[in-house]
Write a protein that binds this ligand. Structure first.
Ligand SMILES: [Zn+2]
Ligand SMILES: [Zn+2]
Length: 525
C-alpha cells in the first residue's frame, strides 16, 4: 500500500515541528519517510500541514540534506480536526503512519474484502444477491468523499469523481490506488488498524465450518477453521473450504445467515477417503449410478466425471439389446422399406440424376442419407456436381484474355473519379470471384490479374494526368503543388519509370497552364 503511494512529486515534504524536534534530538533534521507519501499532507503527530522543500526531488534526493533545506523558522499552517477536510487528512496520515509502523501486519485482499463486505453489509449496500450494490455505493461514496476531493485537490491522483471505473475495480480488487482503498475504508467507517484483528473470515455465519463429505468422520461437524477467498473474473466472491480428509468445496459469499452452510456450492475435490468409498460402491455391480450418487451426496454428473477421472473398470452392460432376440428391429424394417422404394424408382429411371430422386422422394432420400449413407452412395448414380460440366481451362483462358480490355474499360468509365485499378476491382469487373476451392482452376487468369493491377505509382501517374486534363481553371500555380495535390509522395517520385512519366506530365502541365493563362488574359482584355 505504502510503496505504491509514494509517487513522483516535485519536491520533498517535511513537518517543521518534527524538524525542530529532530534538531534537538538526534541533533539534526532528516527527511521522514512518512511525510513523502503522496496521500500524507499533514503531520499526524503535530497536526500541522507539511511544508515543501525548495528544489526538484528527483536526482537531488540524495544531494539535498534536510539540515540545509529546512529553514529554522517559518509560518506553519495548523490542521483543524473539527474541519471535515482536515479531519480526513489527519485520518489518512495516521493510516499511513500505522502501516509504516507495522510492516508485518498481515493485510491482504481477504482482510480487505472482509472489511468491505462487512462495511457494505452494515451500511445496507449489498444487493439482495449479496454482492456489492455498485450503483448505490458510487452514489454514497461520491456524496461523502466527493466534496473532500473537490476541496483540496490532494486526492486527484487517487480518485476522479467522474470516473467510477476505478472505484468498481478497487472494490473487486482488480487494481486501485492504495489511497482509494483508504478512502473506501474511511467511507465505510473502519480503518487499517482493525483490519488484521478483525476476523477475516466474516463473509459467512460464524465459523468454524463443517466438512460436507458424507463418508468423512467429521461429516457436518464444524472442523474447518479457515477458508481462502477470492473474487473471480465475473466479480463473484468465492470462498474455498478444505477438510483434512481432502474434501474441498466452495461457497458463494456473502452468506451471513448461513443459509448455504450445509449445501455445498460446488465440490472442487473429493479427496482420497471419498474416492476409496466411491470405488468400493462402484465394484458392487448391483448398485446403479443414481444410488451411488445418493449414498455419496453428490450429483450424477459428478459421479460420471469421477468415473473418467479415477479410471474405474467399466461395468458389464446390464441388459442385452432387444433386437437380437426378436429378429428385425423397427429400424431395420424401416430401412428395408425405404431402400425398396428408392430401388424401384431407380430401376424405372435408369438415367435419372440425384436431383430427380430427391424431387421424387425427399423424405425417404433424406432419411437414408442420414442413416444409411454408405448404401445410398453405392447405389445412386455418381454425383456430377463438378466433373464434366465445366471446362475450367477454357474458362480460365477466356478470363485471362479479357483482363486487359476490362482494365481499359474500367479506366475509361471511371476517368472522372480515378479509382485505383486493384485486383479486386478487376475481379469484380470480370465477374470473376472464384471460391477458395476453385482458386487453383484459374492459373492464367490470376497471372493476368497480377500483371494488370495498378501499382500505387501507376495509379498516381494516371491521377496526375487526369488532373492536368480535367481541371481547367483550378490548375495549381506550380507543378510541385499539383504533385502534392494528387498525393505523389517523394519516395515514389524518384523511381526511374515514374520519374520519366512525371517529366512527361510536367511538359503537359506547362502547356496547359500557358494556354490557361493566355485564355485568362484574353478574357480580361
Ligand atoms: Zn510533525
Ligand atoms: Zn472431512
Amino acid at each position: 500500500m505504502v510503496q505504491n503511494a509514494r509517487e513522483n512529486q516535485d519536491s520533498l515534504k517535511y513537518c517543521a515541528f518534527c524538524a525542530q524536534e529532530d534538531r534537538i534530538s538526534p541533533g539534526e533534521a532528516y527527511w521522514h519517510r512518512l511525510h513523502q507519501s503522496s496521500i500524507v499532507q499533514v503531520c499526524p503527530k503535530h497536526r500541522c500541514y507539511l511544508s515543501r522543500a525548495a528544489g526538484k526531488r528527483h536526482f537531488s534526493v540524495r544531494l539535498t540534506l534536510a539540515e540545509e533545506a529546512i529553514p529554522i523558522t517559518e509560518p506553519i499552517k495548523m490542521a483543524n480536526p473539527d474541519e471535515p477536510y482536515d479531519a480526513l487528512l489527519l485520518w489518512m496520515a495516521r493510516q499511513v503512519e500505522w502501516l509504516l509502523g507495522h510492516p508485518d501486519a498481515k493485510i491482504d485482499t481477504t482482510n480487505l474484502s472482509a472489511a468491505y463486505t462487512q462495511g457494505f453489509h452494515s451500511n445496507g449496500l449489498l444487493t439482495s444477491g449479496g454482492n456489492p450494490d455498485l450503483t448505490r455505493i458510487r452514489e454514497q461514496f461520491r456524496k461523502v468523499i466527493g466534496k473532500h476531493i473537490e476541496h483540496g485537490g490532494h486526492f486527484n491522483s487517487v480518485y476522479h469523481a467522474n470516473s467510477d471505473r476505478s472505484l468498481n475495480r478497487a472494490i473487486h480488487f482488480l487494481e486501485g490506488h492504495p489511497g482509494l482503498h483508504l478512502l473506501l475504508l474511511y467511507f465505510l467507517g473502519t480503518d487499517v488498524e482493525s483490519l488484521p484483528t478483525m476476523s477475516k473470515y466474516c463473509h459467512f455465519e460464524l465459523g468454524p465450518w463443517p466438512c460436507l463429505n458424507l463418508v468423512c468422520e467429521h461429516h457436518e461437524k464444524d472442523v474447518i477453521h479457515e477458508y481462502s477467498f477470492r473474487t473471480d473474473t465475473h466479480g463473484a466472491q468465492v470462498a474455498t473450504f478444505r477438510c483434512l480428509c481432502g474434501y474441498i468445496y466452495s461457497r458463494q459469499a456473502p452468506d451471513f445467515e448461513g443459509e448455504s452452510r450445509l449445501c455445498p456450492h460446488r465440490v472442487l475435490q473429493t479427496g482420497n477417503l471419498w474416492n476409496r468409498e466411491f470405488q468400493r460402491l462402484w465394484s458392487d455391480s448391483s448398485l446403479r449410478i443414481p444410488e451411488i450418487a445418493r449414498k455419496l451426496a453428490c450429483s450424477i454428473a459428478h459421479i460420471r466425471k469421477m468415473i473418467s477421472i479415477l479410471d474405474v473398470p467399466s461395468r458389464k452392460p446390464r441388459r442385452k439389446r432387444r433386437q437380437l432376440l426378436v429378429g428385425m428391429s423397427p429400424f431395420d424394417e424401416k430401412r428395408a422399406a425405404l431402400r425398396k422404394i428408392i430401388q424401384t424408382f431407380i430401376m424405372n429411371n435408369p438415367h435419372g440424376s440425384r436431383t430427380e430422386f430427391y424431387k421424387y422422394a425427399p423424405a425417404e432420400m433424406n432419411w437414408l442419407w442420414k442413416n444409411d449413407r454408405d448404401w445410398l452412395e453405392s447405389f445412386l448414380p455418381k454425383s456430377n456436381k463438378w466433373e464434366g460440366k465445366v471446362d475450367w481451362q477454357e474458362r480460365d483462358r477466356g478470363y485471362a484474355k479479357s483482363v486487359k480490355s476490362v482494365k481499359k474499360d474500367l479506366i475509361a468509365s471511371q476517368r472522372s473519379t480515378v479509382f485505383p485499378i486493384t485486383i479486386e476491382r478487376l475481379k469484380i469487373a470480370l465477374r470473376f470471384q472464384p471460391k477458395n476451392t476453385q482458386r487453383s482452376y484459374f492459373p492464367k487468369t490470376n497471372k493476368a490479374l497480377q500483371a494488370a493491377a495498378e501499382t500505387p505509382e501507376q495509379y498516381r501517374v494516371r491521377k496526375l494526368l487526369w488532373a492536368i486534363e480535367n481541371s481547367n481553371s483550378e490548375l495549381p500555380p506550380t507543378f510541385g503543388a499539383l504533385l502534392v495535390k494528387v498525393n505523389f509522395r517523394l519516395e515514389m517520385r524518384s523511381r526511374p519509370t515514374v520519374a520519366e512519366a512525371i517529366q512527361a506530365a510536367k511538359g503537359l502541365y506547362e502547356k496547359r497552364r500557358n494556354s490557361c493563362v493566355a485564355a485568362g488574359e484574353e478574357a480580361a482584355a
